[in-house]
Design a binder for this molecule. Structure first.
Ligand code: FVH
Length: 295
């Protein structure tokens, strides 16, 4: 089931991402109406043929599909709440970064007002929007996803993760969480090398291929996590504890902060203290999934 390719679309929010989205939708042949709290951000889009609406009300009443790309959940709620009566019978696609709970709450609010709701998460920067390298995750209304798939694919790869409106956002934040930890690990390594005057631009030549090569182990870790059996005859927690403690000691010797590596030490130590030193390093997953109660 496909939408008509010329379905009018309204985009609320013209920050860097909202502008990229509106541009891709307009280039895709949809009559595109845009609104932004602060005037002036629509100029380039209007020059290309998009329509600037003077208010959120006039923006949403002209389109059956409303794409919301604002700063955060608070700005989404502040913008959508007064529009509720007008949104009834329309589809809201919210690609603002929110928590799973916020996505579910907005979906519940939408359902109360007869608004169809699709939550989206953008795994891309604005420059990637419209290219196959952009990946957008969706959850919520399956009918909306299938009906408007062509529209969604104007933005990049589109994948639907289920009717739970929070699951796309959970994937988004889990992926971002993995990424931030990886970048923090790289910053720690770069700080160690900087302590001896090695520039990060030199260190990265070793670090990037090393980190990339190590990702080959992720599926093996994933199997441990899913099975909950961490029995191993290689690279036990005891073995890794020695390595990680040595990294922490070397960091201190070099006058470098241990914040990042200390977090890894804490995770290992918790498992070792519970008697799991012979198990795989992958067992740290258990300490994250079920954190120790705080005093
Ligand atoms: N830019 C990126 O690389 C990332 C990639 C991954 C996903 N994010 C998320 O996309 C949302 C929007 O991001 P953005 O890059 O467009 O953000 P800004 O350029 O800062 O624009 C923010 C827009 O939100 C408007 N806004 C803020 N507060 C309010 C409010 N209370 N009421 C109405 N609108 C509001 C702001 O308007 P203005 O400041 O121009 O008046 C911008 O239109 C975001 O969730 C990212 O996490 C992007």
């Amino acid at each position: 089931m496909n939408e008509r390719s010329n379905t009018p679309v309204t985009v609320l929010g013209l920050g860097a991402m909202g502008r990229a989205i509106a541009d891709a939708i307009h280039r895709g042949g949809h009559a595109t109406t845009v609104w932004n709290r602060t005037a002036g951000r629509a100029d380039a889009l209007v020059a290309k043929g998009a329509t600037l609406a003077p208010s959120p009300t006039s923006a949403v009443e002209v389109s059956p599909v409303i794409v919301v790309c604002l700063l955060d959940d608070e700005s989404v709620r502040a913008t959508l709440t007064p529009l509720a009566p007008l949104l009834t019978g329309r589809l809201v696609i919210n690609v603002t970064t929110v928590t799973p709970k916020q996505a579910r709450d907005t979906a519940a609010w939408a359902a109360e007002h007869g608004v169809e709701y699709l939550d989206g998460a953008i795994m891309a920067v604005p420059e990637m929007i419209g290219l196959p390298v952009a990946s957008l995750l969706y959850s919520g209304s399956r009918a909306a996803f299938e009906t408007h798939r062509e529209l969604l694919e104007l933005l990049g790869g589109a994948r639907w993760f289920g009717t739970d409106p929070g699951i796309a956002s959970l994937y988004d934040l889990a992926l971002l969480g993995s990424m931030y930890s990886m970048f923090a690990g790289f910053a720690h390594g770069a700080a160690m090398m900087a302590s001896e005057g090695v520039p990060a631009t030199e260190f990265v030549e070793m670090a990037a291929p090393w980190i990339s090569a190590m990702t080959i182990g992720l599926p093996h870790h994933a199997e441990f996590f899913d099975q909950g059996d961490y029995t191993t005859d290689v690279q036990s927690l005891d073995f890794n504890k020695a390595a990680v403690d040595t990294i922490a000691e070397a960091s201190r010797d070099q006058g470098v902060g241990t914040d990042v590596i200390a977090a890894v030490q804490t995770l290992i130590d918790r498992q070792v203290a519970a008697g799991h030193g012979k198990d795989s390093f992958a067992r740290v997953f258990e300490g994250i999934r079920r954190p120790a109660p705080t005093a």
